[in-house]
Write a protein that binds this ligand. Structure first.
Ligand code: PEP
Length: 247
């Protein structure tokens, strides 16, 4: 990997006023960033954020995308619609979608495939729950989740971004230690290498309570190519500190 990627996931947070203040704070504090940067915003704010980010080094992302192309799917948003707002990335398979919306590996893979076909880079999230970790199943779970995407997408797998997000570390303040994260990233890296000769192009992000204080250590691990940041992406100074740590 050449440049790391720092992507914010705002989740269901924000308002017109708060988004403007946040993005102005982030853009105002950027100083020739050495990494790629994105913010994945609520769909309702894509148009606003597209305008605020125009001409900046911060790419626009969505938090989900439909597995369907178009039609009678009330509430869903298609890749083509995202493209109209200049969206570059879409998170798919976030653990909150898997947990609260029943998204299976097959649904996640279909979403990733639809995004890729439409020219949006899917950020595919994988990660084990606390119970799975304690049962010694971490490797088995993340490999199964990643395999679903690798097998369905075949030829274009090298265009995805992977995010390892241990569920027990998301929004809990419990970060994986750099060693714990690196160990899983190495497993995912090996799986990608076995699947495609272009695995070097695939960024593997870490997500789960990454913050201004722990980012540098996590990002220093050999197989951690960036971060997917929830809570700390809502505070411009913290997000900027994480961006500065990614080089
Ligand atoms: C996330 O939602 O992807 C995430 C990593 O959240 P947090 O940083 O708040 O744990």
């Amino acid at each position: 990997m050449s440049r790391k990627l720092i992507a914010g996931n705002w989740k269901m947070n924000g308002s017109l006023a708060a988004n403007e203040a946040l993005l102005k704070g982030v853009l105002g504090g950027l100083n020739a960033p050495a990494c790629d940067i994105a913010v994945c915003v609520p769909s309702a704010y894509l148009a606003q954020c597209q305008t605020l980010l125009a001409g900046s080094p911060v790419a626009l992302g969505a938090q989900d995308v439909s597995q369907h192309e178009a039609g009678a799917f009330t509430g869903e948003i298609s890749t083509a619609m995202l493209k109209e707002f200049g969206v570059r990335y879409a998170i798919v398979g976030h653990s909150e979608r898997r947990q609260y919306h029943g998204e299976t590996d097959a649904v996640v893979a279909a979403k990733a495939q639809r995004a890729l076909a439409g020219g949006v880079t899917p950020i595919v999230c994988v990660g084990e729950t606390l119970a799975e970790r304690e049962a010694g199943k971490t490797e088995e779970v993340v490999k199964r989740q990643l395999a679903a995407v690798i097998h369905l997408n075949g030829h274009c797998i090298s265009e995805i971004v992977v995010a390892y997000e241990p569920v027990w570390a998301i929004g809990t303040g419990k970060t994986a230690t750099p060693e714990q994260a690196q160990a899983v990233h190495a497993v995912l890296r090996a799986q990608l290498k076995a699947a495609t000769p272009q695995s070097d192009r695939i960024a593997i992000l870490y997500g789960g309570s990454m913050n201004a204080a722990n980012a540098a250590q996590l990002l220093a691990q050999p197989d951690i190519d960036g971060g997917l940041i929830g809570g700390a992406a809502l505070k411009a100074p913290d997000f900027l500190t994480i961006i500065a740590a990614a080089h």
